[in-house]
Design a protein around this ligand. Structure first.
Ligand code: KG4
Ligand code: ZN
Length: 365
């Protein structure tokens, strides 16, 4: 039996979870959305302080929920990047403190790889797998040979897919983060496949570039200013009723559907190309906030079916940041014998995460 604590503080969710033998035992999450809302985005300094304030009470609550003592932990698994540097350091400090006090193993976890392993909390993933991570900050494809062997295939050269949704939403005067609103409005309309480009596909690269698509939306709205929502509201029902009454719903819904289709098509083209370059995959794993998008889910399920692959899409609750995925990814590493020392460092967004584990004798199964 293995008991792992997961610690996630890379952005604006403070999360702790306990995983025992691959199964979620308990988790606690404190979201900071309200603390940052007045500033219109995540304020890094504030995020660090909020993590520090939240972690102690969350840890007490978690251990009480699960009836577990810290002394029982085999490993403390902590998100070590990519993320906000100060926020990551708060999580790392807690992890090192617990390790010092209990003698548990320390395992630093790549937050992006943990997103792709999250669905394994519910059912096993057949490896080798092709992983597509689509979030607000990252768009990346990986070849996953095992839960502990990832090779990066493609990454975004500029904006992430989620950013492309959020910036388009801002242009349309929809609230932040706007991916969900574009998705919902798009479902009320018919997509025009010719309205937006499929950016950066006329090459043989596996990388992504979404900034041109965002610009296409800015230009489209500049030419059709009536598309902008009349008032910034997150009450979608009221917005839809108002738009419908003014005959303005159809053009906005068509714009959103067309934009969503352009993002989903681009992801499909690049993922298909990555599959061509990596024969022998058994499954296609899609994770991150944009994996919540209805068209992206359908498109990727169709691609997997056409290639005879198992499609792995996490339930929506596992798409967003959580500590269960960190504990699980850490447990895989722990079992394979990978450990970190107390010199484990945080890696901010934009820097490559080093493979700097110490290998010990793998834990007996
Ligand atoms: O992975 P995530 O929760 O956070 C990080 O970026 O780490 O992803 C958030 C992103 C945002 O850009 C949000 O707009 C997008 O996921 N998103 C969606 C949908 N739900 C969330 N994008 C498109 N359609 C959705 N249904
Ligand atoms: Zn994340």
């Amino acid at each position: 039996m293995t008991l792992c604590l997961g610690i996630e503080t890379s952005c604006d969710e403070t999360a702790l979870a306990l995983v025992r033998d691959g199964r979620l035992l308990a988790q606690r999450i404190a979201t900071q959305i309200d603390a940052h809302a007045v500033f219109g985005g995540v304020v890094p300094e504030l995020a660090s302080r909020e993590h520090l304030r939240a972690l102690g009470p969350l840890l007490d609550g978690l251990t009480a929920d699960a009836g577990v003592r810290l002394g029982e932990l085999d490993a403390v698994c902590v998100a070590r990047g990519p993320g906000l540097l100060g926020s990551l350091l708060v999580g790392l400090s807690l992890a090192k403190g617990i390790v010092l006090a209990t003698g548990a193993a320390l395992v630093g976890v790549n937050h992006l790889q943990a997103h792709l392993l999250a669905p394994a909390l519910e059912r096993p993933i057949a490896f080798p797998a092709l992983g597509l991570l689509v979030s607000g900050g990252h768009t990346q494809t990986y070849r996953m040979d095992s839960p502990t062997a990832f090779a990066t295939l493609g990454r975004t050269l500029d904006d992430a897919a989620g950013e492309a949704f959020d910036k388009a939403a801002k242009t349309l005067n929809l609230p932040y983060p706007g991916g969900r609103f574009i998705d919902l409005l798009g479902r009320m309309g018919e997509a025009d496949p010719a309205l937006f480009p499929r950016p950066y596909v006329a090459n043989d690269s596996l990388d992504f570039s979404f900034s041109g698509l965002k610009t296409a939306m800015v230009n489209h709205v500049a030419a059709h200013p009536d598309l902008r929502a009349p008032a910034l509201t997150d009450d979608l029902d009221a917005l839809v009723a108002d738009l419908r009454a003014r005959g303005a719903l159809e053009p906005l819904a068509r714009t959103c559907a067309s934009y969503t289709l352009a993002v989903a098509d681009t992801l499909r083209i690049k993922t298909a190309r990555a599959l061509d370059a990596n024969p022998g995959m058994r499954s296609l794993v899609v994770a991150g906030g944009v994996a919540a998008n209805s068209v992206v889910r359908r498109t990727m399920a169709e691609l997997a079916a056409a290639r005879g692959l198992d499609i792995v899409l996490p339930p929506l609750a596992l798409c967003t940041d959580n500590a269960a995925m960190i504990a699980l990814a850490g447990e895989f590493l722990f079992h394979a014998g990978y450990r970190h020392g107390l010199d484990l460092d945080a890696v901010p967004r934009g820097r490559r995460i080093p493979w700097d584990y110490r290998q010990v004798r793998p834990h007996p199964a």
